[in-house]
Unconditional design. Sequence first.
Length: 231
Amino acid sequence: MRSLRDSISGLLECRRSGAPRRPSLVFLPSLLEAAFVLLVGGVIGIAWPVTGAIAGAVVLVGAVRARQAIGEREHRRKLADDWLLWGAAVRPSAHLLTRRANELTSHRLRMSLARVLVRIEREATGAARPGPLPLNDVALRVHSSLLLDLAARLRDRSRPVTVTGVLLVDRLLRDAWSPIYSVVPEDELVHSLQLALDALDGRSPDAPIPPFERPTEIRLEHRAHRRAGLR
């Protein structure tokens, strides 16, 4: 377990490297300030509605700052992900890429992605109730073993994974136009799943990997019909 000194050193290093602060760390001072306002107001006898309004305003400002911190963090992550997918090298001097690469290859994220893959496999095969997101269930049902292979590979702590591989899995699960959710031919789904599986072991293509193609209106119509049961 990391010591307190290591944790503080890590936070200071993040600040020196220009990393955005965690939203919780942005919001915490506002909570403390609001509590202080309430305490002082009660001690000196200021009317409760007045101190409550001031404390509420302080909390609101903190919430806005925390929301801004979340937006900044997501923007930086997206920027780093795009660079990493395009083959940017992770060097100690590239703080943004290094930090994001460490996040992507962390055990915590690997386990999280593996859980989502297993849940999707269970939904596609009928072992679990469907979730809120529509799935390319017919193709997923046929090739559900690839989902389980990806999940098992991510869970295998004895084997390291590449940043590109985790990014491809993450994109498969997050992108609305991913073949996991979009009704595409089976070979497109198999290609994307196998590409991510190979990339986890470092067997990724030399050329940059383009984003998923946005479906045409005909494909979107077909997807809507399938969801309505009009096949």
